[in-house]
Design a protein around this ligand. Structure first.
Ligand SMILES: Cc1cc2nc3c(=O)[nH]c(=O)nc-3n(C[C@H](O)[C@H](O)[C@H](O)COP(=O)(O)OP(=O)(O)OC[C@H]3O[C@@H](n4cnc5c(N)ncnc54)[C@H](O)[C@@H]3O)c2cc1C
Length: 365
């Protein structure tokens, strides 16, 4: 029996532009700098994303773009990325972009859904687990670990969500109805039951907590409604040896790695939390050493506990495949990236390291 060929979805657009050569060059150069594979041709080039491919070529009077992907969500993502970058590099008038082909008439983003809180429980003094219910969650069981959470302004009777425009970009509700967007990780999923859990760090102080995500989670009650876009990011990779590094914001992601590691997996997980009360029981392979590091009163985002501990750990034996993961505050990220990239020279394909939050700055600010 031959395998069914993967469905290819296509969208195209011709855009009038005066400086097409220059815009194409700058856009493709930008993609290369952000480490997307780009293959150049005389007329332009093709960018390869995780979701599919986007071609960009000079045509008389402007630029032709074609996006292709196996899934609706991937195609929508590429349409918006290509459109936003074209606008950014077009300099001057905003070019008119009207995609044709698959998804041209869509009135909602394919990977967006409204979800309802069904349960909220305190797992530790500073971590609150919220269970969300919604439809069509199968893609979350095998897809990326993360979601974008859309929190409507408090007190809004009927939440409003962004919808796709003809250019593939989001059209947002008016400012007083506009939801705020934050990034979270799915801690546990039950696709059959149509629910998943998200663990929220409660990082502000009760009463003066103006953080959108933390405040929402603190007050969430059954029946509350949020928007969710996802899955976002990569699924958990399989490796012989894991190095997992994070503060409490990455605890859900580290737990997902630990729970899905193969039986003989080895390595270490370094987890920074406030104190012993924030420690959680996480099922893990005996070959993975889970170490808890406590701030003992220091403010989150001010210690060097993780980077210091990282310099002392055992590295995998020759021939073992490695997965190194980090989700931390921006300063810790710099130190960890320096160690992995400049000191140990780890192969890029073995590393997923991200800034999960920035001290003193709201997400997206
Ligand atoms: C891929 C990814 C996955 C993530 N998964 C999770 C997750 O599963 N659970 C989770 O809780 N977080 C997670 N985060 C981190 C989360 O997105 C940020 O902490 C985000 O800033 C929280 O939004 P907020 O509205 O509460 O605070 P914001 O409005 O963004 O920030 C307001 C203020 O709070 C500060 N702040 C933000 N986070 C913290 C913190 N943890 N400790 C102390 N001060 C903070 C900011 O510096 C700022 O001064 C993830 C981030 C990424 C990139």
């Amino acid at each position: 029996m031959t395998a069914e060929p993967s469905r290819t979805l296509l969208a195209e657009v011709d855009v009038s532009l005066v400086n097409a050569d220059r815009v194409i060059d700058r856009l493709l150069e930008h993609m290369i700098q952000h480490e997307f594979p780009v293959s150049r041709t005389e007329a332009g080039g093709t960018v390869t994303f995780m979701a599919g491919e986007a071609l960009m070529e000079k045509r008389p009077g402007g630029v032709h773009m074609r996006a292709s992907a196996a899934h609706d969500a991937g195609l929508a993502y590429m349409k918006s990325i290509m459109a936003s970058h074209l606008i950014e590099f077009a300099e001057g008038d905003r070019p008119e972009i009207v995609w044709t082909g698959h998804g041209a008439d869509a009135t909602v983003f394919p990977n967006f859904r409204e979800m309802t809180v069904t349960r909220a429980e305190q797992t530790t003094p500073h971590m609150r687990r919220i269970t969300l219910a919604g439809s069509d969650l199968d893609s979350f069981a095998t897809g990326g670990l993360h979601i974008k959470l859309f929190v409507p302004p408090a007190g809004l009777a009927k939440p409003e969500w962004p919808v796709p425009g003809k250019d593939g970009l989001a059209i947002w509700p008016a400012d007083d109805k506009r939801p705020s967007v934050r990034t979270y990780t799915i801690r546990r999923i039950d696709a059959a039951a149509g629910t998943f859990d998200v663990d929220f760090v409660l990082h502000g102080h009760h009463g003066t907590d103006h953080s959108v995500g933390s405040r929402w989670a603190r007050q969430a009650r059954a029946g509350d409604i949020v928007g969710v876009r996802g899955p976002v990011g990569r699924p958990v990779p399989v490796a012989d040896w894991y190095i997992l590094v994070g503060d409490e914001t990455a605890l859900p992601a580290i737990a997902r790695h630990l729970e899905s590691a193969p039986p003989n997996a080895r390595g270490v997980a370094l987890i920074e939390v406030a104190d012993e009360a924030e420690r959680q029981d996480i099922a893990h392979r005996t070959g993975i050493d889970v170490r808890w590091l406590y701030r003992h009163g220091a403010e989150p985002g001010t210690t060097t506990l993780l980077a210091d501990a990282l310099r002392t750990i055992e590295m995998p034996p020759a021939g073992a495949s490695l997965h190194a993961f980090a989700g931390v505050e921006a300063e810790a990220f710099k130190a960890i990236r320096h160690h992995w990239r400049d000191v140990l020279n780890l192969d890029k394909k073995d590393v997923v390291a991200n800034t999960y939050w920035r001290r003193g700055r709201a997400e997206g600010a």
